[in-house]
Design a protein around this ligand. Structure first.
Ligand SMILES: Nc1ncnc2c1ncn2[C@@H]1O[C@H](COP(=O)(O)OP(=O)(O)OP(=O)(O)O)[C@@H](O)[C@H]1O
Ligand SMILES: [Mg+2]
Length: 217
């Protein structure tokens, strides 16, 4: 007789990407409740972090006084990502849970490579080591001019290290997310994030329905 686990379809892995204050966390919450409302088991998680060891590394990366060497920072990012994958994401997917993740590898490509000049070959190498062939089933890229995102983020309080990197840096990151989305349209939907939360969530759901056959329209 098949066990519960053997008969449970694998969950799907959805990532939300975009610059500071683009609305990722807000949309993640809405999508989690929309999917749960359709009867799907959902886990919402975020990067860097999402597992105990990965949260420790997040503290080192975001709060430390250190200006990390770009390769050292990428190694920390992928160490955290591997831990997150092994301890949280894969067990959830195998249990049939749909995982919504606030930032994933595309953020490393945008911030570390396009933002800080980390060679893309280093990124690709680390991604191969940490993730193998694992990729998100669908990625929603929130497209918002960085000055609007910064204004939204600053309203929440003190800027963290990423938020103090300057306009030119954020312009590079913004452009990078567009390039990333356009390079892989089967996985990624570029969403106009200047819209209010409700129409943005509608467009996000439509993008998921078109990519994930298990999601009823
Ligand atoms: N579609 C939207 N329109 C207007 N304001 C929004 C929208 N989505 C989120 N906000 C507001 O903008 C601020 C930033 O949103 P949110 O925290 O969801 O962004 P984020 O992308 O997760 O930011 P960060 O990169 O800093 O984590 C919040 O105050 C939120 O209420
Ligand atoms: Mg957020």
């Amino acid at each position: 007789m098949a066990s519960q686990t053997e008969s449970t379809p694998r969950g799907r892995f959805i990532t939300l990407e975009g610059g500071e204050g683009a609305g990722k966390t807000t949309l993640a919450r809405t999508l989690a409740s929309r999917l749960a409302g359709r009867g799907l088991p959902v886990l919402r998680t975020r990067e860097p972090g999402g597992a105990p060891g990965a949260e420790l590394l997040r503290g080192l990366m975001l709060q430390g006084p250190v200006a990390w060497d770009p390769v050292a920072e990428a190694l920390l990012m992928f160490a955290a990502r591997r831990e997150h994958l092994a301890k949280t994401i894969l067990p959830a997917l195998e249990a049939g849970i749909w995982v919504i993740c606030d930032r994933f590898a595309d953020s490393t490509l945008a911030y570390q490579c396009h933002g800080h000049g980390l060679p893309e070959s280093v990124f690709q190498g680390l991604m191969g080591v940490a993730l193998g062939e694992f990729r998100p089933d669908a990625t929603l890229v929130l497209d918002l001019p960085p000055e609007q995102g910064m204004a939204r983020a600053l309203k929440r309080g003190a800027p963290d290290r990423f938020e103090r990197l300057g306009a030119a840096f954020h312009a590079r990151v913004h452009a990078a997310f567009r390039v990333i989305a356009e390079a892989d349209p089967a996985r990624c939907e570029l969403l106009d994030a200047t819209r209010p939360p409700a129409p943005l969530a509608e467009a996000a759901m439509a993008a998921l329905v078109s990519r994930l056959a298990e999601l009823p329209a």
